[in-house]
Unconditional design. Structure first.
Length: 264
């Protein structure tokens, strides 16, 4: 017998997690399989040097000649962030607001479960599921590195996976907070998605436009993937990823607690 919303929701999401996990493994496998042919390419360094300097900085292409640099550029600059953001934002948006749209939220709150506890359990669930995908990503990186000779170390794979988890959790918590405060899943999905796109645009602009460079560190993408997350160690900027989402979530809790759920 499941004793709380966290465990019940975790059980309900297990099939979806399997599907997302398989997608991440397939993506890492496909990109890693390209490395042997890329690494043997004659004149690779000269080819990379022919790219404009802003693009080389944006995708960290100067490190492209190593397996770690190759995956940083191919996976961690765009593809994996998109996957983790789509996963986390969609789940955050429907964690509370989705229940409210289906008319099941008021049933939960009739029990002894308080609105604040419900929101916190859903936030913990989102962090847990994103973390599970991070573990899958870590395992796929380690195995594919060994199979295809990319030379990605355990530490590099760990920091790369952690960066994706934290990036997803930040925006997932933002979506959850907006959904809890407004009761509208579409609004939560739209606002969190727009914020994520805006953050990426700011990050790209800081690489391409000199006037925007001082603003780059404010972007969560800069905090998560600057210089390539694999091999970056544990930068202090990772703390901002957790703090920003947590602050928005905590600010939404009193609003959610005071809302008239039964009147929806």
């Amino acid at each position: 017998m499941l004793r709380n919303v966290y465990l019940k929701s975790l059980r309900d999401q297990r099939r979806g997690l399997i599907g997302w996990s398989l997608g991440i493994v397939a993506l890492v496998l496909l990109e890693s399989a390209l490395w042997p042919s890329i690494s043997d390419m004659a004149g690779l360094r000269e080819f990379l040097d022919s790219y404009p300097e802003p693009l080389r900085k944006l995708f960290n292409m100067d490190a492209f000649v190593t397996g770690t640099g190759f995956l940083n550029a191919e996976l961690f600059s765009m593809l994996l962030p998109i996957l983790f953001l789509v996963f986390a934002i969609s789940r955050g948006a429907r964690a509370i607001a989705g229940e409210e749209e289906r008319g099941t939220l008021e049933v939960l709150l009739v029990t002894k479960l308080s609105p604040i506890r419900l929101a916190l359990e859903q936030a913990a669930l989102l962090a847990t599921t994103a973390g599970a995908l991070g573990i899958v990503l870590f395992g796929a990186l380690v195995v594919c590195s060994a199979v295809f000779g990319l030379g990605v170390g355990i530490g590099a794979a760990s920091t790369g996976a952690l960066a994706m988890v934290l990036l997803g959790v930040e925006f997932g918590w933002i979506a959850l907070a907006i959904g809890a405060a407004t009761g509208n899943r579409i609004v939560a999905l739209a606002v969190a998605s727009v914020l994520a796109v805006g953050a990426y645009v700011l990050y790209v602009a800081s690489k391409l436009v000199d006037a925007m460079q001082p603003w780059g560190p404010a972007s969560p993408f800069h905090q998560a993937i600057e210089g390539g997350p694999m091999g970056a160690g544990l930068p202090a900027a990772y703390g901002y990823l957790v703090a920003a989402g947590a602050v928005v979530l905590l600010a939404a809790l009193p609003v959610f607690d005071r809302r008239d759920i039964a009147g929806v």
